[in-house]
Structures are given as C-alpha cells and as structure tokens.
Design a protein around this ligand. Structure first.
Ligand code: 2RA
Length: 348
C-alpha cells in the first residue's frame, strides 16, 4: 500500500529531480501524476523506467492525491497550495511562498524533523531555499556541540538555481566567446559566463537581496533565532552545485579536529578535508550526489572561538528535490500521513 503522489512543475529542473529521487529512494508510490502548465499538456517526463504524460494543473482533481511535491514558483504555490491542502493532500512546497508562515513548518529532516507535527494546520510543509538547506545541515551538529553565536557566509550559487533558462544562458554566452551563441544577458542582469554576479533576486531597503534575507530568516526559523548571520549571495558560472564559504563564531573553544569528528558523525554530511592540492570538494564533485560536503575546516584566528569551512552540495538535490522527498519519507515513517486509499503498515 503506497501513496498517490503528484509532482507540480514536473518539467522544470527541480520537478524532474523530484521524479528521479522518488525512484532512487524507492518512495512507496502507487500512482504518480506529473502536473504542469497548459503549454506542457501531454509532455512526457521520465519516472524510473516509465514515462508519464503531464496533466494540466488548472483542471487536475487532487482529491485522490496523498502528497503533492510543488515546484512551480511562488505565484502558483500561493494560488494553489492552500486549496490543495484543503483537499486532504499534504503539499511539500519548494517555493518561498509559505516558508515564514507560522502555521507552516519549514523543514530540513537532519535539522528539525519534529516540526513535521505542525503539518496539519494547513497541510503544507515548506522546503527551504537551496542555499539555506546545505548551510543548516552543516551548522546543526556544530550548534548542538558548541552553541553558535555568529555566522558569516559567502555563497557561490550555480546557474541551475535560476532554472533551465539560467543554464541555457551560461551555455549560450560560453559559445558566444567562439562566435557560436548569443551573449545577451536575459535571465541574469549582467553576463554570467566568465564572470560572477553579487546579486540574486531583488534588493531590499537595507541593501541586502531577498536571497540573502532568506538565509538568515530561514536559519532562525529552523535552527535558532539567536544566531547572528550575515551573507553575500553570488551567482557564479557553474551549471550545478552551490558552494559556500562559512565562518562561524561559537560560545566556547572548538578545534578543527573536534569539528571534523562532529561533522563526520552527523547525518547527510561527508567531510572531505585534506591539506592537499585536491583535498576538498568542488561543485563538479557534488553534482548528482545527495551529500552535503564539508571541506577546508580551519581555525578563524581573528576571533576567540572561530572556525572557517567550505560547504558544497547539489542545489537541485539536497537544496530542493531531495529535501522534499526526505520530508515525504519523514511524513510516512512518522505515521503523520496515511494513504487515502487505505492503511499503510510500516515495516521497520
Ligand atoms: C537560486 N536559491 O539559486 C535561488 C532559487 N533556487 O537562484
């Protein structure tokens, strides 16, 4: 006895990864619906060794669906998630639409799994922003061991975070160097090929972008509101994989060796940290993987109890699709949901 699952935004980068990861993690799916916009009606998407034809959101009946993985942007989510929740399906939403809603849990299973108990208020669970997800996976075990006071982050975010158009723009601009493509910036405000752009999203009055604001607001909601966090979010000419240079100040001394040992035992993390020319992880290494990688762990000599390190992960997987499917697993394993079609006995 499994679940009826709908993936909304099935033709996008994250939607396709959601389909891939449902299969890779062998999530108990009895029936899979791929949902997309009218222009994608009938488009076939792959689900394991099968293909599924996209159905149209506006006319789809969610009454038989148990779990909806939503990755269709904030506007669609605002219009549809609460309606779908009222039909009895649980919506796991990858947009920012409900992340700060007090009645909607914002969850990274390695960080705050118990918050799943809040699901029933709106039948919506929010997925964090991709750059926040990988950061809190790394911060959580360190915070539990040596309370974090302050965090300073610089992100190096791949173009896949801006969808297929972002990836196409990097590819076209790269070809343009050889006279083979169009270098005109469309998705990004300036050329991204052979460049870096310290701007993602939109500016707020305080000079930070909304992408940067998300990082500290979401970290506060999931981990600890007392943590002081500042961040610069930068777009880089990488196809998949977000990287982050992180500096943390703790309320007690903690050595790089102690931090390495703590991180090595923590869920979802792999420490690759050797003082050798290739002793660290890069986005190309992380792309396609589930793992949050931590490298370059070292003392921050400028403060009393500080460490600096490097965090890399696949932004389409742990940053979005994997985290969403892991939340679905959490709902199933905790008994928070049951298939509408009948009781599911969990074999442990
Ligand atoms: C980005 N975090 O990287 C945003 C949305 N995925 O563009």
């Amino acid at each position: 006895m499994g679940y009826v699952v709908a993936v909304v935004g099935a033709t996008g980068n994250v939607g396709q990864e959601m389909l891939n990861i449902l299969e890779e993690l062998n999530f108990p799916v009895d029936k899979l619906h791929a949902i997309a916009s009218r222009k994608s009606k009938g488009v076939e998407v792959s689900f394991g060794d099968r293909t599924v034809k996209c159905e149209v959101l506006e006319t789809f009946d969610f009454s038989t669906v148990d779990i909806v993985l939503m990755s269709a942007g904030g506007a669609i989510s605002k219009e549809w998630s609460e309606k779908i929740g009222k039909s009895g399906a649980v919506v796991i939403d990858n947009s920012s639409a409900f992340r700060m809603d007090p009645d909607v849990p914002l969850i990274v299973p390695e960080v705050n799994p118990d918050d799943v108990k809040l699901t029933s208020k709106k039948n919506i669970i929010a997925n964090p922003n991709c750059s926040t997800a990988q950061l809190v996976v790394a911060l959580k075990p360190l915070h539990d061991a040596a309370k974090i006071k302050r965090v300073v982050v610089s992100t190096y975010q791949s173009v896949s975070g801006a969808g297929k158009e972002g990836m196409d723009e990097l590819w076209n601009q790269t070809k343009a160097i050889y006279g083979l493509g169009d270098a005109t910036p469309k998705k990004f405000p300036k050329q991204i090929a052979f460049n870096v752009i310290p701007f993602i999203g939109s500016f707020n009055d305080d000079g930070y972008t909304d992408e940067e604001t998300k990082m500290w607001k979401e970290t506060h909601k999931m981990l600890d509101p007392a943590i002081k966090l500042t961040v610069t979010c930068v777009r880089v000419p990488v196809f998949v994989g977000h990287s982050e240079a992180v500096t943390v100040e703790f309320d007690r001394p903690i050595s790089p060796d102690e931090a390495r040992a703590i991180l090595r035992d923590a869920p979802g993390i792999q420490v690759i940290d050797k003082q050798e020319a290739d002793g660290y992880v890069t986005p190309i290494d992380a792309a396609g993987e589930f793992t949050v990688y931590v490298s370059r762990i070292r003392k921050d000599h400028t403060v009393e109890n500080g460490l600096s390190f490097w965090v890399v992960s696949d932004n389409l997987r742990k940053g979005a699709a994997l985290n969403a499917v892991q939340i679905a697993q959490l709902l199933d394993e905790s008994g928070t949901i049951q298939p509408k079609s009948g009781y599911r006995s969990i074999t442990v």
